[in-house]
Design a protein around this ligand. Structure first.
Ligand code: DQA
Length: 141
């Protein structure tokens, strides 16, 4: 059975309360429960931190053993060379996800420091972005 690790970065602990017009009304806890019910054929691990170094530590901790990582780095996407380097340093494939279509928003969100280190990118499908990334890991050989 595959283990897939979801990692959420800063401010994503507030999903459901934070700017609902952009990020929706659903909490990630609720979404994750539904995802685990829908995909009993894999283990879905979850970690969230608002702290850049903690996200890097988590990547180091699980990045040589887990089957795939779904990473929404929040605003660190646009700033963090350290996260880019951490993704490059590990062996597990990482899919970058975003809930909102960052390219339809402010120009500072159009740049990602981490995309080039990732296996692929899924952007703008709401919370379904995470499920689409999961599907990708589960359907690959
Ligand atoms: C986000 C987009 C980022 O620009 C923003 O800083 C977030 C959330 C998204 O999922 O749409 O925190 O990663």
């Amino acid at each position: 059975m595959k283990t897939i690790q979801i990692i959420n970065g800063p401010n994503l602990n507030l999903l459901g309360k934070r700017e609902p017009s952009v990020y929706g009304n659903e909490s990630f806890k609720n979404y994750l429960e539904q995802l685990r019910i829908r995909y009993p054929q894999c283990h879905i691990e979850y970690y969230q931190s608002n702290i850049e170094g903690e996200l890097i530590n988590k990547l180091h901790e699980i990045g040589f053993s887990t089957d795939g990582i779904i990473l929404n780095a929040g605003a660190y996407t646009h700033t963090s060379i350290a996260l880019h380097d951490a993704i490059k340093a590990i062996t597990a494939p990482v899919i970058e996800v975003h809930i909102s279509n960052v390219h339809a928003r402010e120009t500072f969100r159009h740049v990602s420091m981490i995309s080039s280190a990732c296996k692929g990118i899924i952007i703008g499908f709401g919370l379904d972005s995470y499920r689409l990334a999961l599907e990708s890991f589960l359907t690959e050989e």
